[in-house]
Design a protein around this ligand. Structure first.
Ligand code: UD1
Ligand code: CA
Length: 463
């Protein structure tokens, strides 16, 4: 039995007041559409994503996610052309659904990010069902009409409902699993004579329910809440934060201030790790056990081993940090940084495409770009790899157990051998052999009493 998902994502999202298509707005770093796709079961044939407004951006995002291996099944964009309603969105998928040999269709909305994978699995496991919720204020949602046995009897949009129907508090969440081709037949019979002049998918669902039983599955409202405005986005983000942080606290992670700590849905945290206030973790991030992540640190797409101590206000992006490394405060680890275990990177140190061997130290005010730093090498305060000549980037290769004195400029390409010692304040432009002492300083001079003479000259009145 081939189940194909259809994700509705063609809407403009006028109330977001944005150039970005609504389904690409993020919740804890991941776009709404990515949340929806990642909640799909892995045994689906494919997911069709109905696009139109901002489709170039949506299609580009789908390709990126597919390439990054973030999606559970192949995704195929389908352009709806002029969107004429949710039923029309499904009609434009008919050729693809036929081509894929679908026997069931699971339909979800790209702007409803918090439906859990457990709920989607439950939906996909029933022969025919829709997700519904009970709301105090059912507002503009479609109302669910049920038979005495609970099965679906019909769906009516708020704008088309009688006053009596508008009083119904059980509403349609817009997610369905339905058999194909029965849904196909219902779609072909759709008409747009209704309050909005649209082809309603709900009419097709109701038509299927005339022929066969359709279950009404109740969910928590949070799981079916849509993102239509920036206020919705903030509320969804708060709900997602609560859900994710609660999960990690149950798994043995300490949050000093869960309300200010933002942990994305693709983050994994080891037990006995502690997150200080205002930490933000987004993208694919893995943090081992027994780490401490300092206040205000931002970690994106990174992997930290066990026992890492990250002091406050570090920014880490596309980097790896080995076990028991110490980083920060105020360190910036940029793309391609790879710190082996027990490395120390201190305050105001920036690294990019830099590999620091076990036990290497760069404790203060340094820039290490396109660099290899051997085990146990010490990088002094103010050391800079001059890796860019204005056109090309060049490498600096430093061996093991070397000592690079403070305020040294290493003009790349350059190699420093194992155990070499560079005197403070040097500008190194040529390779230094192993165990050599290199110095490049203008010879120092002084004049006896010169300071006194200079000061008295400076104090003389002008003119
Ligand atoms: C729809 C349901 C309503 C349900 C609500 C749940 C219909 C007619 N009504 O209403 O019963 O309570 O969802 O949220 O289906 N979209 C397209 N192409 C279109 C129109 C919409 O792809 O031509 C997409 C939108 O981008 C959105 C989803 O379909 O992701 C739902 O559309 P929206 O206009 O928000 O539906 P509602 O009118 O809220
Ligand atoms: Ca609508």
């Amino acid at each position: 039995m081939a189940t194909v998902a259809v994700i509705l994502a063609a809407g403009l999202g006028t109330r977001m007041k944005s150039r970005l298509p609504k389904v690409l707005h993020p919740i804890l770093g991941d776009p709404s559409l990515l949340w929806v796709l990642r909640a799909l079961p892995e045994d689906l044939e494919a997911a069709l994503v109905v696009v139109h407004h901002g489709k170039e951006q949506v299609v580009a995002a789908l390709e990126r996610w597919q390439q990054a291996g973030l999606l559970p099944c192949p995704v195929i964009p389908v352009d709806q052309g002029v969107p004429l309603g949710t039923g029309h969105a499904l009609q434009t998928c008919i050729p693809e659904l036929d081509r894929l040999g679908a026997s069931r269709v699971a339909i979800l909305c790209g702007d409803v990010p918090l439906t859990t994978s457990a709920t989607v699995a439950r939906l996909c496991a029933t022969p025919a069902a829709l997700l519904a919720m009970d709301l105090e204020d059912p507002g503009a949602y479609g109302r669910v009409l049920q038979h005495a046995d609970g099965r679906l009897a019909g769906l009516v949009e708020a704008k088309d409902a009688t006053p009596e129907q508008r009083g119904i508090r059980r509403v349609n969440g817009g997610a369905y699993a339905l058999p194909w081709p029965p849904l196909r037949q219902a779609l072909q019979g759709l008409r747009s004579e209704n309050a909005q002049g649209e082809y309603y998918l709900t009419d097709a669902v109701a038509a299927v329910a005339q022929e066969r039983p359709v279950d009404v599955l109740l969910c928590a409202p949070e799981e079916l809440a849509g993102m239509n405005s920036r206020l919705d986005q903030a509320a969804l983000q708060a709900a997602a934060r609560e859900r994710i942080n609660t999960h990690w606290m149950r798994e043995g992670v300490t949050f000093l201030d869960p309300a200010s700590t933002l942990v994305g849905p693709r983050v994994l945290l080891g037990p006995d790790t502690l997150l200080e206030p205002s930490v933000r973790l987004e993208g694919t991030v893995v943090i081992g056990a027994g780490c401490r992540i300092g206040q205000g640190s931002v970690i994106l797409e990174a992997r930290l081993g066990d026992g890492v101590e990250m002091r406050p206000y570090c920014v880490v992006e596309h980097a790896r940090v080995g076990d028991s490394a110490k980083v920060g405060p105020f360190a910036r680890l940029r793309e391609g940084t790879n710190l082996e275990p027990e490395v120390h990177v201190g305050n105001f140190v920036e690294t990019k495409k830099a590999h620091l061997g076990r036990g290497a130290k760069a404790n203060h005010l340094a820039y290490l770009g396109d660099a290899e730093v051997g085990e146990d090498t010490n990088i002094g305060a103010g050391v800079i790899t001059c890796n860019y000549d204005g056109v090309h980037k060049h490498r600096t290769d430093i061996g093991r157990g070397a000592f690079i004195g403070s305020d040294t400029q290493l003009v790349a390409p350059v190699r420093i051998g194992d155990g070499a010692l560079i005197g403070a304040g040097s500008t190194i432009t040529r390779d230094v052999p192993a165990d050599a002492l290199a110095l490049s300083r203008a010879p120092q001079t002084f004049r006896e009493g010169g300071a006194v003479r200079l000061r008295s000259r400076l104090k003389k009145p002008l003119g």
